[in-house]
Design a protein around this ligand. Structure first.
Ligand code: CTP
Length: 405
């Protein structure tokens, strides 16, 4: 398969924002290369870019109408700018001028191009092009760093002699180089878990005491939701049984909302069969033996006492499902001490295959965006360095895919 062979992929669409700089003429060549590879191109021209290339030539090469106005009734009637920003697989800014980079880095939205950049939820590529002094200016370098943190992928710039007569970095990368970066990004992601069903529990549970009070815990659901997203990204069909959280379900994940441990267990049983189960939820170990029908009121007597009964262990139940047991059952262990020993004894006690153990006494872990875990399996123990919960999720998803391969 050659580098730009996208023949096995679904039709792909790029939204190309052309900024106002002398390098804008090179964007015509970029459009030609993309169209040659059957990538659909929707061009957006900034006001300044219209001085360097015409809508007519761009539209002829792209075989598509060119959008220039944020407040055009005719354009908005066809496709609103928000929809436009989401309609493509990728957004490419070439040339990305210092001005466009500054706007995007600061979230300004005062024309169609900058509004599209603020509204898009798709990967963004920028090919900067500007005078060498503008490129090296601390303001541009600051914006560049901000854009990189925001996930914008930067192609170029090249070093060389420039249209303004100076020499240095600032020339826009050549169209074949930008096109290649686009082709790589458009290649369909590997889907090693296609056809597999994964069941995930996440979030806290909430056990009612009376109509207004619950016993719950500090779990945010972030780690479980990230794992659900990562597994769906690898092609799995994911059922996410979730306790109360404020998180949106990751794309492509079917979420079943529950509150109590008993509801979570019932939803898990109903979701079977599954190839894999990953129990990330912080399930309440106990629930009040009954929920009061009416709100408990303060009175002159002693404070009320609430009797607790033990909840079923969902992970242990899934591990002991006999013929319905998922092939791989993964549990989590939230510990504050003796991490590895506690995790290994949980592995035995619950009969699962792996335990991902985390030290929840660590700063910023419970409810935070980072995690630091041990992967405890029957073969041994691995220590994974502290990383974003999404990074831990991606690594675990890869491991699950490898285990099922
Ligand atoms: N778990 C479960 N059902 C329960 C309790 C826990 O499925 N009723 C699962 C969790 O989702 C997690 C694992 O069991 O995957 C371990 O949870 P943890 O809270 O660390 O352990 P506990 O079983 O509650 O044990 P302990 O409180 O003694 O640490």
């Amino acid at each position: 398969m050659s580098g730009n062979d996208l023949s096995h992929a679904a039709p792909r669409r790029v939204l190309l924002i052309v900024g106002g700089g002398i390098a804008a003429y090179k964007s015509l060549e970029l459009v030609r290369l993309l169209r040659k590879a059957d990538v659909a191109v929707t061009p957006v021209l900034t006001k300044a870019a219209e001085r360097f290339v015409t809508s007519l030539s761009l539209s002829a090469l792209a075989e598509s109408e060119v959008r220039t106005e944020l407040f055009s009734l005719a354009d908005e009637a066809k496709m609103g700018h928000i929809e436009l920003s989401r309609s493509a697989d990728l957004v490419v800014v070439a040339p990305a001028t210092a001005d466009l980079m500054a706007k995007a880095a600061n979230g300004l939205a005062d024309d169609l191009a900058s509004t599209v950049l603020l509204a898009t939820d798709k990967p963004v590529f920028m090919a900067p092009a500007m005078n060498v002094r503008m490129w090296l200016h601390p303001a541009t370098q600051r914006n560049l760093a901000t854009l990189a943190v925001d996930g914008v992928r930067i192609v170029g710039p090249d070093e060389g002699s420039m249209a303004c007569g100076e020499f240095g970095p600032g020339r826009m990368a050549e169209p074949p180089v930008i096109a290649q970066a686009i082709f790589e990004a458009l290649k369909p992601a590997p889907r090693p878990l296609a056809g597999r069903h994964v069941l995930i529990t996440a979030g806290p549970t909430a056990e009612p005491i009376d109509p207004v009070r619950v016993i719950t815990n500090r779990s945010s659901g972030k780690q479980g939701y990230a794992i659900a997203g990562a597994l769906a990204g690898l092609g799995a069909r994911v059922t996410l049984v979730s306790g109360p959280t404020s998180l949106p379900p990751p794309p492509g994940v079917a979420r079943v909302d529950v509150e109590t441990a008993l509801q979570m267990k019932a939803a898990c049983d109903a979701a079977l069969p599954a190839d894999v189960a990953v129990c990330v939820a912080a399930v309440a170990d106990w629930r009040p033996d009954h929920a009061f029908k009416l709100k408990l009121k303060k009175g002159p007597g002693a404070p009320p006492s609430v009797a607790l009964v033990e909840n079923p262990d969902i992970l242990a139940g899934l591990s002991a499902k006999g013929p319905q047991r998922p092939r791989l059952v993964v549990g989590f262990a939230a510990e504050t001490n003796d991490l590895e020993a506690n995790a290994r004894s949980k592995l035995e006690r619950k009969g699962c295959d792996w335990i991902v153990a985390n030290d929840v006494s660590g700063e910023g872990i419970m409810g935070g965006d980072q995690n630091e875990v041990l992967l405890v399996t029957r073969e041994g123990t691995e220590r994974w360095a502290r990383a974003a919960k999404t990074g831990i999720a991606a690594r675990l998803a890869e491991r699950i895919a490898a285990a099922l391969a």
